[in-house]
Design a protein around this ligand. Structure first.
Ligand SMILES: [Zn+2]
Length: 711
């Protein structure tokens, strides 16, 4: 085996000019050379591709690489060609002739790596053409796409097993960045892997400091602006659970003078583009965004990611939080949480998982409409049902009926809105609350645009109108909705629905849909939510909790998250929070799901009272109240030394700028002189120079300030 290791190292140097492997790579390559199946879980940027590229060069036959991302495929092949490694790709971007010629090339042995888009395997001729290839390794990138339990299921990945058998069942290497133990098992099962080596590594992000704080909405805003204010430089992301929340947070931050921009899918692409650019080049320090923001964002110096609301899964949380500190320098990942956050997540879960009876009722409702195709809005369909489900669930139910072949849908259609003024423009002013100046302006502009036509039903293209009167689309629709509520006008929002054709007309009991798979999906969504919520209530190391969740072997404590910093002292002195299990409510949903009795949830607030807060910030609050280190230590039942360390942290973050109260001017000068002589690396030599003239505490604080000033 040492022989093998040596060969691998030589190949690494020869082909890639690297001297060292990154964690996990060597084990992955060894298993490929030994002809074993392997499941490799490494984060994005962890060096996954080398795990199959290097063995591809050492194995006798060809290596097939499956990748769903066309752009990435081309980039990889270009990169390999630059290193004089023969590789090519086959996907929808090339002609059938070109594809045939690339396969002949592969058969003739002119390439070592052949990248293929999974959609190609729908074609039986294509599969046959691959039959004579001598394949040594079958590598599958983004392997989580095969699992419906993952977050990015792709039906084309279901074809992979037939491709693997078509080329004679070579060793399989599945690679992904995000896989929970369940998804991992699912990948291995679906690809029929044979006792695969499991290599999970590199998820730890030592630069990230995790913390969770329980706070209500007003506190959340304060914490966000305090955090932003405390960072002297560097930008960050604030993630919000909904578009409306993102808008609200943005307005608050702008109010407080923070250079912030907003980003969500409701904005048009042009606007999103410049917002993104402003953030990328640092013109805006903070971006307030929904989860629509982030994919493909490669800004290395993001100093903080704050979640205003709890995400639905650890996967989503770690992916979003992990956008901080890509440069390896320290960054803060703060999760703000209110028990109510859970309801928003449950709302999304319900929208994603309509109960079976509702799907069947919807089918009945569609059959009852005397038209084919049917042009109908989701809202109308929802009204036809007796179920209390979000509108989103109607869309999901339609998707299920479509997937099972009962209906087909044309593309979504967006029509015009209707508007009818009921009041003269002169009267707007009197009727609309005088604070709503902006709304009056909007109404007047619209009124003028329509030339003052009263009593007429007017056709309104919202996008067009918004650009003519120069307001944002949602500002306009909000103004219209509000004015309609107040009786100033009649307003019908644009038709947002779908054209549905009924393909099968069978009776309710004859409908064949795999409801047990749907049930399982729902159960999993709740399990993931539990795991996310447990993260907040977790009293051990937060980074370790996440790494355990992903199945990384023996992760250690990060020593810098809020829980680590209190050294378990807090957990010992305060018994773990007694959280009333909220599964009562979710179990209710599941019962809903089985019996679909349409009963409404109670809407009861879970009885949770827990102070989890980034520990230094708690110290900071007490400091601002004017308390001394001794008093804070006593109140928090922590060692004075721990509080001193908090103060150093706060100095480092620029939150505490002045240290006079602990070290007088003269003492500061003396200590600074000693630092210059002894160097800032270690405390002991400095202390030795000063003797009794300065305490360790004084030296610590001056040293922190010195480092901060000399960053
Ligand atoms: Zn920790």
């Amino acid at each position: 085996m040492p022989d093998n290791k040596k060969k691998i190292s030589q190949a690494l140097k020869e082909h890639f000019n690297y001297n060292h492997f990154r964690p996990g790579q060597e084990r992955a390559i060894e298993s490929a050379l030994e002809g074993k199946d392997a499941l490799i879980i490494m984060p994005t940027g962890g060096g996954k591709s080398l795990c199959y590229q290097l063995p591809a060069l050492m194995l006798p036959g060809i290596t097939i690489v499956i990748s769903p991302l066309i752009a990435l495929m081309k980039d990889q092949v270009d990169g390999l060609e630059k290193r004089n490694i023969p590789a090519t790709f086959i996907n929808s971007s090339i002609t059938p002739e070109e594809s045939a010629s690339r396969i002949s090339g592969a058969l003739a042995g002119t390439v070592k790596l052949l990248y293929i888009a999974p959609e190609r395997f729908y074609n039986a001729d294509f599969l046959r053409a691959l039959k004579d290839l001598k394949v040594s390794l079958f590598a599958i990138d983004e392997a989580h796409c095969i699992s419906e339990w993952g977050h990015d299921f792709r039906p084309s990945y279901m074809r992979l097993w037939s491709a693997i058998s078509a080329v004679g069942r070579p060793p399989v290497m599945a690679l992904t960045a995000t896989a929970t133990p369940e998804v991992r098992d699912d990948i291995a099962r679906q690809l029929k892997m044979d006792n695969p080596a499991s290599i999970i590594t590199g998820f730890s992000r030592p630069g990230l400091q995790f913390g969770a704080i329980q706070a209500n909405d007003a506190m959340k805003i304060n914490i966000i602006s305090n955090t932003v204010g405390s960072m002297e430089e560097g930008g960050g992301i604030v993630y919000a659970g909904t578009r409306a929340k993102a808008d609200g947070i943005l307005a608050e931050l702008l109010n407080q003078g923070v250079e912030a921009v907003g980003y969500h899918a409701g904005m048009d692409s042009e606007e999103r583009k410049w917002v993104q650019e402003d953030f990328m080049n640092g013109r805006a320090r903070v971006i307030v965004a929904t989860n629509a923001f982030g994919l493909g964002i490669d800004k290395k110096d993001i100093r903080f990611v704050i979640h205003h609301d709890m995400p639905g899964t650890i996967e989503a949380y770690y992916q979003e939080a992990g956008r901080a500190g890509r440069d390896g320098k320290p960054a803060l990942c703060l999760l703000l949480y209110a028990p109510r956050d859970r309801y928003l997540r449950e709302f999304f879960i319900k929208g994603d998982n309509p109960p079976p009876a509702m799907v069947l009722d919807l089918y009945e409702a569609l059959k009852s409409i005397d038209a084919n195709p049917i042009l109908v809005t989701y809202a109308t369909l929802r009204e036809m049902l007796s179920h209390d489900v979000p509108e989103m669930a109607v869309g999901t139910a339609l998707k299920i009926l479509e997937r099972e072949g009962y209906i087909s849908r044309a593309r979504e259609k967006n029509g015009n809105a209707y508007l009818k003024f009921l009041e003269d423009s002169r009267r707007f002013r009197g009727l609309v609350n005088s604070r709503a100046k902006r709304r009056i302006e909007i109404l007047e502009k619209l009124f003028n645009y329509f030339d003052g036509r009263l009593n007429e039903r007017l056709d309104l293209n919202i996008d067009e109108a918004a650009s003519i009167i120069e307001v944002k689309k949602d500002v306009l629709t909000r103004a219209l909705r509000k004015s309609a509520d107040e009786g100033l006008l009649e307003y019908e929002p644009p038709f947002k629905g779908t054209e549905i054709s009924l393909l099968k007309n069978v009776s309710r009991d004859e409908v064949k849909i795999d409801f047990s798979a749907m049930r399982e999906k729902l159960e999993r969504a709740y399990e993931k939510l539990e795991a996310m919520e447990n993260y907040i209530y977790h009293f051990g190391c937060r980074q370790k909790y996440i790494l355990d969740y992903f199945g990384e072997e023996n992760p250690g404590d990060c020593k810098k998250c809020d829980n680590c910093l209190v050294g378990g002292g807090y957990a010992r002195k305060n018994s773990a929070p007694k959280r009333e299990l909220k599964s009562g409510k979710s179990r209710g949903d599941r019962r809903d799901f089985r019996e679909s009795d349409g009963s409404k949830s109670s809407g009861r607030e879970p009885a949770v009272k827990l102070e989890t807060k980034l520990t230094q910030l708690t110290t900071y609050d007490l400091y601002k109240e004017g308390k001394t280190i001794e008093e804070i230590a006593k109140e928090r039942e922590l060692a004075e030394e721990t509080i001193e360390n908090h103060v150093c942290f706060l100095i480092d973050r620029g939150m505490i700028k002045e240290i006079k109260e602990w070290v007088g001017d003269r003492a500061q000068k003396k200590i600074l002189a000693a630092i210059k002589t002894a160097g800032p690396e270690k405390m002991k030599p400095i202390k030795e120079l000063l003797g009794e003239e300065a305490s360790y505490r004084e030296i610590k604080f001056v040293l922190s300030k010195y480092k901060k000033d000399h960053e």
